[in-house]
Design a protein around this ligand. Structure first.
Ligand code: SF4
Ligand code: SF4
Length: 277
C-alpha cells in the first residue's frame, strides 16, 4: 500500500504527520520526495547503514563531426534545449528533459545517449522504518526525474511518501500511483484555499483522499464545513499545542515523547485502510 502525504502549501505539518505516522505503524518505508529540501530523515537520528548513489538523467551526446547542422533535432525539441549555429550545435543541459527524441530524428546518427547527475538518492534504516530520500543538486531546476527515481527504489509493503509542498509537477509526480493521499491542512482561510486546490488535483488523478487537520483549535470552521460538503473524511486532528511545536522544532518525534499519539497514528492507518476498502 502506498500512502502519499501532501498539502497545498508548505508549513502545514506534512512532514510532522508523515514522520510520526511512520514511527507508529511498525515496518514501513518512508520516502522523502521533497527533494529540494528533504528533512524527514533528520527525525530519525539513530539511523544507520546510510548509503547513497547518484541519480542520473539522459542527455544527448553530440558528435559535432557527424552533425551537418540540418536543424531537425532543434525543431523537434519542445523544450528549446538545442540551438543550431553555422559552426556548432549547442545543448542547454538544464532545459533538456531527456526524452531522447532528438537522437531519433537525427538523420546522421550524430546524437547518442549520455547522462548527467542531477542529485543523490540515500538509503538508511531506523528500527522498523526504512528511510529513502532524494537530494536535488543545488541549482538543478528539475525535481521530477529525481522524485521518479526515488519512488522506483521503494521496496516496502507499506510505503509513506512525504511529498513536496504545493500542487505543481513535483507533487503530481510524488503522489502519482498512490493508493491514498493524506492531505494535511490547518483550519484557516489560507489552509482551506490550498486544501481545495489539492483536493481538485488528487480527484483529477482519481486518488482517494482524507484530511489531517493540524493546529486544530485555531482559525475558523471553514475547513470542517468544506470537508463536510465535499464528503472528505477528517481522519485526525492534531491540536495547536506548545509541546508538539517545541518537540518538532528540536527535531523530535512528538509521538515518541507523548506516547498516546502512537495509538492515534496507528489508528489513522486503520482508518485509511477502511476508506480504501
Ligand atoms: S539532427 Fe543531427 S545532423 Fe541535424 S543538426 Fe541535429 S545533430 Fe546535427
Ligand atoms: S533529449 Fe529531448 S528534451 Fe533533451 S534535447 Fe533531445 S529532444 Fe530536447
Amino acid at each position: 500500500m502506498i500512502i502519499s502525504v501532501a498539502s497545498g502549501k508548505g508549513g502545514t505539518g506534512k512532514t510532522l504527520v508523515t514522520t510520526n505516522l511512520a514511527a507508529s505503524v511498525g515496518e514501513v518505508e518512508l520516502l522523502d520526495c521533497d527533494v529540494e529540501e528533504p528533512n524527514s530523515y533528520l527525525f530519525f537520528p539513530d539511523r544507520d547503514g546510510e548509503t547513497s548513489f547518484d541519480c542520473k538523467v539522459m542527455i544527448p551526446k553530440i558528435d559535432q563531426d557527424k552533425c551537418t547542422r540540418c536543424g531537425r533535432c532543434s525543431e523537434f525539441c519542445a523544450y528549446n534545449a538545442l540551438a543550431v549555429f553555422p559552426q556548432d550545435l549547442l545543448l542547454f543541459k538544464e532545459l533538456c528533459h531527456g526524452c531522447g527524441g532528438c537522437a531519433m530524428v537525427c538523420p546522421e546518427g550524430a546524437i547518442s545517449e549520455g547522462t548527467r547527475p542531477i542529485g543523490k538518492i540515500f538509503r538508511a534504516r531506523s528500527g522498523e522504518v526504512a528511510l529513502l530520500w532524494g537530494e536535488l543538486s543545488v541549482g538543478e531546476p528539475m525535481a521530477t526525474p529525481l522524485i521518479r527515481s526515488v519512488k522506483a527504489e521503494a521496496r516496502g509493503d507499506l510505503v509513506l511518501i512525504d511529498s513536496p509542498p504545493g500542487t505543481a509537477c513535483p507533487v503530481i509526480e510524488a503522489v502519482r500511483g498512490s493508493d491514498f493521499c493524506l492531505l494535511v491542512t490547518e483550519p484557516t482561510p489560507f489552509g482551506l484555499y490550498d486544501l481545495s486546490i489539492a483536493v481538485q488535483v488528487v480527484r483529477e488523478m482519481e486518488i482517494p483522499c482524507g484530511v489531517v487537520v493540524n493546529r486544530s483549535g485555531i482559525g475558523d470552521r471553514g475547513v470542517y464545513d468544506y470537508c463536510d460538503r465535499e464528503k472528505i473524511p477528517i481522519l485526525l486532528e492534531i491540536p495547536m499545542e506548545r509541546k508538539i511545536a517545541e518537540l518538532y522544532s528540536r527535531g523530535l518525534l512528538f509521538s515518541r515523547e507523548m506516547t498516546e499519539w502512537q495509538e492515534r497514528f496507528a489508528g489513522l492507518l486503520v482508518r485509511i485502510e477502511e476508506v480504501i476498502g
